[in-house]
Design a protein. Sequence first.
Length: 406
Amino acid sequence: MSLDVEKIRAEFPILASEMRGRPLTYLDSAASAQKPRVVIDAMSDFYAAHYANIHRGVYQLSSEATVEYEAVRARVARFIGARDPREIVFVRNATEAINLVARTWGEENIAPGDEIVLTMMEHHANIVPWQMLASRRGASIRVAEIDDSGVLDLDDLERLLGPRTKLVAFAHVSNALGTINPVAEIVSLARERGIVTLVDGAQAVPHQPVDVATLDCDFYAFSGHKVFGPSGAGVLHGRLERLEAMPPFLGGGDMIESVSFEDTTFAQVPQKFEAGTPDIASIIGFGAAIDYLEELGMNEISAYEHGLLLYATERLEEVPGLRILGDAKEKAAVLSFVLDDAHPHDIGTVLDAEGIAIRAGHHCAQPLMKRMGVPATARASLAFYNTRDDVDRLVDALIKTTKLFA
Ligand code: PMP
């Protein structure tokens, strides 16, 4: 079944708004996605009628809030194919999920001289926590190369996997180029050698079906705000036995079994990693976002976005002096580009005057920009609520831009 995009658009209130006197053309979903009415309503209804803290109260409101919150955990587990809801740890975002692993698993398992393998296309969120860990532990970072089209060099990655490699951490989908990495293949290369894997799924979960059991990775991280849910809700998926073997992250309420001034025993997984009051309402909204996506169907979303990517690629090639960066065969609907005479920030500003929202800059991937030989790019990223009209408006505005900077 294909998507009824006009109906979908009507379900996202912000898409009916105007910017700079023009209809909003939102092409920055890779930075953060817009929210459907059901998500906004789920949150306001929770605050208006069901709000209380979780895991604490004996009274009805609190126990109902707890049931709702835990029900979202079970829905997330099903949505990404986790074997058990206890494998789902709620965090604020993908960044926090990766830092959690670096601070817990990393502190216990990375020793002086060990190596952590990353790829050239990582977001800073999947570089900096490992660099910080490596410098604390006396370990080093190795980086797998990519080719000029933005495809990961698997031979290079395999060459880097040696006796000191303890972790391979890599993006499922590149936020700056759209490249989709062969996750199962990379995980299998690592697993054959007993190496742990962490997948940064921030750009994958919103756009394609993800099944962590098939991918077979040890950790998988993503953010709710890119999955059409609220900001403040994110997920770390970890294999149960790994999570159980890890020390806690933050200490405090909710993550303990018993506390005395002499000694504390910790709660079971996943509560062990969820100290303090979480962003309860965001988790509730996140649950509504998952229900919404499941109703549309991730296969349908992925097929629709792929069609739109092909259309946008073809149309962008009509713009004089425009060069797209990243043309992997397996590619998500992200279009990074540069124009001959205009700086990406200038492109962003000109498009903004037309009500078109794109991202311009280094996309938190400075090493990748350096590898591609540019300081920055302009990036249009598409979601299932975008249309060919949005792409046409982008192309018209870019042609106008080229004339301004000619
Ligand atoms: N990884 C990738 C590939 C991303 O695109 C992003 C967000 N741009 C992140 C990690 C970090 O996500 P967040 O800011 O939600 O933690």
